[in-house]
Design a protein around this ligand. Structure first.
Ligand SMILES: Nc1ncnc2c1ncn2[C@@H]1O[C@H](COP(=O)(O)OP(=O)(O)O)[C@@H](O)[C@H]1O
Ligand SMILES: [Mg+2]
Length: 594
């Protein structure tokens, strides 16, 4: 029979703790007696009776305890002897306590359970994070004040087990060149602990997506008040109840075949899902949409025309327009498709129509086609260098505005990359992109590939998913794998119900030694022996059973840490945010559905 005791790696192996404590107690007594002896002798010397008194030894200790110090130095005044002895003893005790505290600060800071402690996470904590923020944001380096708090990066949480007093310097923040991914089950705190604080703390422009009004309701008015700049809400399905005050023309940026193909890709992502990029029907639909979008953009037409052309597989207008604007190859391919076998052609058109389903909804189209009244257009090119905020909302499912949310998010991010390149590499302040419920409403097909570019440009994406499988359904196994590896900071919260992910994470966290005591019943007597055994620091079942309000942090090159999340409703702005949330929700109810 064997039984693991507790992780080794502490200062002492458990079986030698008792003898060592005994030895420490004996020596402690000797040192204290020595202190008392020196204090008494010093008192005698100061009062002019010489450095003399009882000999140091067991007899001295016994006499000290039974008769009291004044009897041992009878020549000196009792009060002075007491003062000398007590001063020396107190000084030695304080020195001992000081040494123990200093030792615990240096040695005792690695988590005893094998997960990362403050020393392992030093890179994400001050002073290293201050240094890094200054090098990534020249504007901070230029200011005389030392950057602190949210200026250092996106707040992830506080190292689990940290006392309230030390929370300030144990709050873990990602840097401004990290790209983030969070995977947590519903109601694990994704919106309240990550999305809301990240949007409110962001130093520059913010893009935030969601399929619910919660994130918008909690942050929109406060962001407007904090920044004094515009807050744009793209809400074609009236989730928040705000009226439309602006519009965006997705065709403005379609100035090349490549741009048309990207825009078409956002629609096709609706039907592609886990299928490979080489799936015939979705690839053909992608080609078709590319041609139609390019024809409309080149001839200053609108998405209304695109939808009309989609419903008429033999209409010659788009091919003629493409030819007129010099896109001969695309025109030829479109004509070829229109003249092909009717079954195939109709199948391709049908797939394309399914992909672009949202274009048949007039309420959605109102946001992306020229409006009847004079509404301003969103300037995506200047957005990244402002402190403006863009909320994008869409419902889930077929026919929802998801492709347009993805297209606009993608547009703003890529315009941000361009702005950063023009400014010599990175945006300062950085732009933060919070993709809450990304798999439902912001299925940017090449998000996994974009991830590797964004960090170096001062664009910090935080993709929030409910599960790993949800990501696989959108980006495929390879795509999700790429996203997972590209994310330099990953947060895994409560409710990881995926056996493979739990096992992988447990394996990534690694093993540690535990002391195992074995009992064996021999012929005459029972014997025990201890041995070391390698064991998972966090077995898969513990990864699965992670508490709500906590998360595992997997940051590149660092040991895995357990963090306590910091929901806004327990933060310093709780009252303000709750009031804003309640007001926005009440207003939305009054406004009613469209
Ligand atoms: N003001 C609040 N006070 C206490 N608990 C709250 C408050 N707001 C939300 N919660 C709770 O926090 C949990 C996480 O919510 P949320 O962050 O919206 O989850 P999700 O991960 O689905 O985005 C929920 O169980 C919710 O009931
Ligand atoms: Mg949420």
């Amino acid at each position: 029979m064997s039984r693991p005791l507790e992780p080794s790696g502490g200062f002492l192996p458990p079986e030698s703790r008792f003898p060592m404590l005994l030895v420490a107690a004996v020596w402690g007594g000797v040192v204290l007696a020595g202190a008392a002896w020196s204090g008494g002798a010093a008192a005698s010397w100061i009062t002019g009776h010489g450095w003399q008194g009882p000999a140091f030894g067991v007899d001295f200790a016994r006499a000290l305890l039974t008769e009291g110090p004044p009897r041992l130095w009878p020549a000196a005044p009792a009060a002075v002897v007491w003062a000398g002895v007590l001063t020396a003893v107190v000084a030695v005790v304080m020195l001992g306590v000081g040494l123990v505290l200093a030792w615990r600060r240096t040695v005792g800071t690695t988590s005893p359970h094998g997960l990362a402690g403050p020393r392992d996470l030093a890179n994400l904590l001050p002073p290293a994070s201050v240094q890094r923020a200054r090098s990534l944001r020249p504007s901070l380096a230029a200011s005389a004040e030392e950057p602190s708090g949210a200026a250092l990066g996106i707040t992830l949480g506080v190292l689990a087990g940290t006392s309230h007093r030390r929370r300030g310097d144990r709050t873990v923040r990602a840097s401004w060149e990290d790209v983030l991914l969070a995977v947590m089950a519903p109601r694990a705190g994704k919106t309240t602990s990550l999305a809301v604080p990240t949007v409110l703390d962001a130093p520059g422009a913010v893009v935030a997506t969601s399929n619910k009004s919660d994130l918008w309701a909690a942050t929109a008015t406060l962001r407007a008040a904090d920044t004094g700049e515009a807050v744009w809400t793209f809400d074609p399905q009236a989730i928040t109840g705000t009226a439309q005050t602006w519009w965006w023309n997705p065709l403005t940026a379609v100035t090349s075949v490549e741009e048309a193909s990207r825009l078409a890709g956002h629609f096709v992502q609706e039907v592609r899902g886990e299928k490979s990029a080489r799936d015939f029907w979705s690839s053909a639909a992608h080609d078709l949409l590319t041609a139609l979008l390019l024809a409309a953009a080149a001839s200053q037409r609108t998405l209304h025309d695109v939808y009309e052309w989609l419903n008429d597989p033999v209409i010659p207008t788009p091919a003629a327009l493409l030819r007129e604007h010099g896109y001969h190859a695309i025109a030829a391919s479109l004509t070829g498709r229109q003249n092909g076998a009717p079954e195939t052609r109709d199948g391709v058109y049908e797939t394309a129509r399914t992909a672009a389903q949202c274009l048949r909804d007039d309420a959605i189209m109102a946001w992306v086609t020229p409006p009847a009244t004079d509404l301003p257009q969103l300037d995506t090119a200047g957005f990244a260098t402002s402190r403006q905020t863009l909320f994008l909302l869409s419902k889930d499912g077929a026919g929802a505005a998801g492709p347009l949310v993805a297209a606009l998010t993608d547009r703003v991010m890529r315009d941000g990359v361009r702005a950063a390149e023009r400014r010599g590499g990175r945006l300062d302040p950085p732009m933060v992109v919070v993709l809450d419920e990304a798999a439902n409403v912001c299925r940017i097909s090449d998000l996994p590939d974009l991830y590797s570019h964004l960090g170096s440009r001062g664009i910090v994406p935080l993709t929030i998913l409910q599960s790993y499988r949800q990501g696989v359904r959108v980006w495929g196994e390879t795509g999700m794998d790429t996203l997972w590896s590209a994310a330099t900071v990953k947060l895994l919260g409560a409710g990881i119900d995926d056996a493979k992910l739990a096992e992988d994470v447990s394996r990534l966290i690694g093993d540690h030694d535990v002391t195992v005591r074995s009992f064996s019943d021999g012929d005459r007597r029972r014997s025990t022996s201890t041995s070391l055994r390698r064991q998972r620091i966090l077995p898969p079942e513990d990864v699965r059973a992670l508490d709500r309000g906590t998360a595992l942090l997997l940051a590149t090159g660092l040991r895995v840490a357990r963090l306590t999340l910091l929901p806004y409703y327990r933060g310093p702005r709780a009252a303000e945010i709750t009031a804003a949330l309640e007001k926005a929700t009440a207003d939305a109810v009054t406004a009613g559905p469209r």
